[in-house]
Design a protein around this ligand. Structure first.
Ligand code: GDP
Length: 444
């Protein structure tokens, strides 16, 4: 996950203050030096680092004595606020056309993730506003791009307009736009070609497409892994084309995160979305305040909850809540939980969104190991329906039978049952609103 070492370093820099009752100017100076180094090491643009540290220093030195917060807490708050400001302050949504269709053009270098993002955006619009988008395949130079977009279209049941690779992208877009008007699609998503580097021919073509399509949004897709380069690319695209927003992809990788932190300040264009994986659901709406808390290791509960809402089947969640209240959570539910979690992506990443969890030792152990899950499923499938519904039936002889039936040792079966019982207990605590009884939660 991105920002890991930055988070660690920023937390270290600020934790020194936490132990102090009073914060002197020298303390602030020392902290700022460390924050500055941490940001530079994370590949944040030098100008952005200067501006950020200047703002924090000015506010931190004059920190007033408030009764509710210690000086260290106030400084953390200032860092959080300034980081939020650097990231753009407010979340900025898609600019909609008062008349349909709203036209969104994706631009960016080859491999940045434009085609993938077009699919993710279509999925997002369908999920959040039951949209009926049309996608236009305007990347004729990378033949696979058209097929890739068509496959995404099929998965999403979204029409894809293409004219193969022999027609000019400008003409394809012109005809695609006509079709969208005729079919009354509410969104048109235009996938355009990228090159390895910015060149004039590419920019000219994009300008012509812009002219024809009159897009409401020109979203620049950049790859977070390219660091400073992403910032330079964003700057040139913006100067030539006037972008309306930025999408930062591959934030799931171990990028140092400098691009994400610099782009807004350098280009003035808001970051609108981030890509966090290859799946269609791996898209997050960008909220500067939430990203700041996540970078500072303060967690991001809101995104976690939204993610859970989007990925979770609501009816199943309600049934589960009912079972938690009644304490009738059984092995069938346990298996379903695994399946839901598998759909939600790496558990480790989700855990980090919980406040205070990012620095928890042993977080890497939260990886959902597919082999381990398969083993547990095998054990549960070796149970009789009655055993699955009533875990208390599992006496030693039944456990031996399950072990033999699933090809595991009795020790492993016992461990799985113990884990199940712990989960059940924890869920009951949560459903009673008794969150402090969960190990670790009281420290938050
Ligand atoms: P395009 O040339 O800009 O259209 O790029 P593609 O959409 O073909 O993406 C290039 C590669 O990056 C593909 O292998 C995608 O699966 C991958 N990709 C795109 N977005 C993300 C992301 O957010 N995270 C990760 N890990 N991979 C991504």
């Amino acid at each position: 996950m991105a920002f890991e070492s930055l988070t660690e370093r920023l937390q270290q820099a600020m934790s020194k203050l936490r132990k102090k009752g009073k914060v002197s100017e020298a303390d602030v100076k020392e902290m700022m030096r460390e924050i500055r180094l941490a940001l530079l090491e994370a590949d944040v643009n030098l100008q952005v680092v200067k501006e950020f540290t200047k703002n924090v220093r000015e506010r931190a030195v004059g920190v007033e004595v408030l009764e509710s917060l210690s000086p260290a807490q106030q400084i953390v708050k200032i860092v959080d606020e300034e980081l939020t400001k650097t990231l753009g302050s407010e979340a900025v949504g898609i600019e909609k056309n008062p008349k349909i269709p709203t036209v969104i053009m994706m631009v960016g270098l080859q491999g940045a993730g434009k085609t993938t993002f077009a699919g993710k955006l279509a999925n997002h619009l369908i999920k959040t506003e039951k949209a009926r988008p049309l996608m236009i395949a305007g990347d004729v130079y990378r033949p696979a791009a058209i097929d890739q977009l068509k496959v995404l279209g099929q998965q999403l049941d979204v029409p894809v307009f293409d004219m193969g690779t022999e027609v000019s992208p400008v003409e394809i877009v012109r005809q695609g736009m006509e079709l969208a008007r005729e079919k009354k699609n509410d969104y048109v998503l235009i996938d355009t070609a990228g090159r390895l580097h910015i060149d004039e021919a590419l920019m000219d073509e994009l300008k012509q497409i812009k002219e024809i399509a009159q897009p409401n949004e020109i979203l620049l897709v950049v790859d977070a892994m390219t660091g400073q380069d992403a910032v330079n690319v964003a700057d040139s695209f913006n100067q030539q084309l006037g972008i309306t927003g930025v999408v930062i992809t591959k934030l799931d990788g171990d990028t140092r995160g400098g691009a994400a932190l610099s782009i807004r300040s350098v280009t003035g264009a808001p970051i609108k979305f981030t890509g966090t994986g290859e799946k269609l659901t791996d898209l997050e709406v960008f909220h500067p305040d939430r990203m700041s808390s996540r970078i500072l290791g303060m967690g991001d509960m809101l995104t976690l909850i939204e993610k859970a809402q989007q990925d979770y089947d609501e009816k199943k969640a309600e049934e589960l809540a009912q079972k938690m209240r009644e304490n009738s959570f059984d092995f069938n539910d346990f298996i379903e939980q695994f399946e839901q979690l598998e759909n939600m992506g790496p558990l480790e990443d989700l855990m980090k969104m919980i406040p205070g969890m990012s620095q928890m030792p042993g977080l890497e152990n939260f990886k959902l190991d597919p082999k381990d899950v398969a083993r547990k499923k095998a054990m549960i499938y070796s149970m009789t329906p009655a055993e699955r519904e009533n875990p208390d039936l599992l006496n030693p002889s039944r456990r031996r039978r399950i072990a033999a039936g699933s090809g595991n040792s009795v020790v492993e079966v016992n461990r799985m049952i113990k884990q199940f019982k712990e989960s059940r207990k924890m869920m009951q605590q949560v459903s009673k609103g008794n969150i402090n009884n969960i190990p670790g939660m009281d420290q938050m």
